[in-house]
Design a protein around this ligand. Structure first.
Ligand code: DX5
Ligand code: ZN
Length: 223
């Protein structure tokens, strides 16, 4: 999905499975799909790049069989060069790597694209947007972390809004085909601020999965 393919007037919602009931994943996937989700966000953590561990390509493969929605795989791992091919083989449509985990980011992006997936780059909260200047023209997606990666349910870092605006200006100025996704602490209030600042995709875990009505939660984010 390029910027052209994203209707700039409407935001896309990517529920993060991290907050779902893992014992009932098939039902959870069906429920968010029915509730209007646009992509499924999968948080891969290795206990090294971030202080938490989640799942690997095996789960992505199972999820691939269970939903028709695009799979947005967020790699919070060291050495993504080693593992990205296995996630693509498992069915990932998007692979997002962290800038902080890639000494050879440009090469990593090319490798993901050569394997047929869309390539994204993520920035941790402390990193300034100019670090993306030389790569924005090469990628399909930029993922701005609005919490420190590793856990769901954290508070949105307001400074992210300036970063979204800054990245939006560069993308528009150079007409890059890159969408902006924001991840962490997203709810109806912070989500609206992100969209106003120029975000195209909102990732939301606890806001959706802790809600009694997924349709209402996703609807509130889309408004
Ligand atoms: C955090 C993950 C997020 C997380 C968001 O490291 O990248 O995707 O699941 O969870 P909430 O929406 O609860 O902040
Ligand atoms: Zn994520």
């Amino acid at each position: 999905m390029t910027q052209d393919a994203v209707d700039q007037r409407k935001v896309l919602i990517a529920p993060s499975l991290l907050a779902a009931d893992f014992a009932n994943l098939a039902e959870e996937l069906q429920a968010v799909e029915k509730a209007g989700a646009d992509l499924i966000h999968l948080d891969v953590m290795d206990g090294r790049f971030v202080p938490n561990i989640t799942f690997g390509p095996g789960l992505v493969k199972s999820v691939r069989k269970t939903t028709r929605l695009p799979l947005d795989v967020h790699l919070m791992i060291e050495n993504p060069a080693k593992f990205a091919p296995r996630f693509i083989e498992a069915g990932a449509d998007y692979i997002t790597v962290h800038l902080e985990a890639c000494p050879h980011l440009h090469r990593q992006i090319q490798a993901i694209k050569e394997l047929g997936a869309k390539a994204g780059v993520s920035l941790n909260p402390h990193n300034p947007p100019f670090l993306l200047d030389e790569i924005l023209g090469e990628i399909d997606l930029v993922l701005l972390m609005s919490v420190n990666p590793g856990f769901g349910g954290q508070k949105f870092i307001e400074q992210t809004l300036n970063k979204i605006s800054a990245v939006r200006s560069i993308i528009d100025e150079y007409d890059y085909e890159c969408v902006i996704e924001v991840d962490g602490g997203i709810n109806n209030i912070t989500g609206e601020k992100c969209v106003k600042a120029g975000a195209n995709i909102l990732v939301a875990g606890s806001y959706i999965f802790n809600s009694p009505d997924y349709g209402q939660a996703i609807g509130a984010l889309k408004e």
